[in-house]
Design a protein around this ligand. Structure first.
Ligand code: FES
Length: 122
């Protein structure tokens, strides 16, 4: 009997404000569909997630248990991502996200937009 209900879990940032603008909902749906079509939905869970604090680099996704982060994922990357990483266990290096520092790494553009929105509220 397995301890974990899934062997692998893909978290796609869909509840964060910024990744959604870059199409994360569509990417999550496509990955979920591919997982199901491959008959892997009992082993692999594709999950909606909130913001990872890396806004502006999106769409962001994290895979567990290997803790591999991919960023800037587009619909054109979904097939490769699925075959290489989800099925094969090999991250797609050109999409691999390497955080500049621990913690939040929002881009300056995102920070500026958030600051401007905050100023409007005052
Ligand atoms: S909105 Fe996706 S990381 Fe923040």
């Amino acid at each position: 009997m397995a301890d974990a209900p899934y062997q692998r879990q893909l978290f796609v940032c869909t509840y964060g404000s910024w990744c959604r603008l870059d199409g994360s909902d569509e990417i999550r749906a496509a990955l979920k569909e591919k997982t199901k079509a491959a008959g892997l939905d009992k082993e692999i869970r594709v999950t909606k997630s909130g913001c990872f604090g890396q806004c502006g680099h999106g769409p962001m996704m994290v895979t567990w248990p290997d803790n591999v982060w991919h960023s800037g994922v587009t619909m054109a990357d979904v097939d490769e991502l699925f075959e290489s990483h989800v099925r094969g266990g090999a991250p797609v290096e050109r999409l691999r996200y390497h955080a500049a520092k621990p913690g939040s790494n929002k881009t300056p553009e995102v920070k500026a937009k958030e600051a401007a929105a905050h100023d409007k509220q005052d």
